[in-house]
Design a protein around this ligand. Structure first.
Ligand code: ZN
Length: 133
């Protein structure tokens, strides 16, 4: 676990959330990207070392749609950058954490990612991410 890479925030729609966060952070969204496999559109902001990822569902079965239905908009996950995602997955699994992915998968922003079940982390969804080289 190297550092917090970004914080993910679930929103109903990027169309109104992006201008709101641009106002809040006084910076422009630098990237939007669709992750088809997850059913999400993402929008990224960076202030110094701090990165935020807004997530909007693209379909009803999207985990983001379910999250927003159940809990409303808000904090969705904390992503930690790791140097070697496979070894970190092995370590966390052997420590008893529940991984939501058997293998690292392609995430937004050129990352390999894996999620940990919030049941095992006091309610916080954790994402591991490693920069794709
Ligand atoms: Zn994320």
């Amino acid at each position: 676990m190297i550092r917090v890479e970004h914080i993910g925030i679930a929103v109903k729609d990027l169309e109104t959330a992006v201008p709101l966060f641009e106002k809040l952070l006084n910076t422009s969204c630098y990237k939007t990207e669709t992750v088809e496999s997850e059913g999400v559109n993402t929008a990224f902001f960076q202030n110094g070392e701090t990165k935020l990822e807004l997530l909007e569902a693209t379909k009803e079965e999207s985990p983001i749609a379910k999250f927003v239905d159940k809990k409303g908009e808000g904090m969705h996950h904390i992503a930690f950058e790791v140097a070697d995602i496979e070894s970190e997955m092995k370590r966390l699994s052997s420590e008893g954490f529940i991984l939501l992915n058997d293998k690292p998968k392609q995430g937004a922003d050129n990352k390999l990612v894996c999620f940990l079940h919030p049941k095992g982390t006091r309610g916080v969804l954790i994402e591991l991410c490693q920069e794709r080289k």
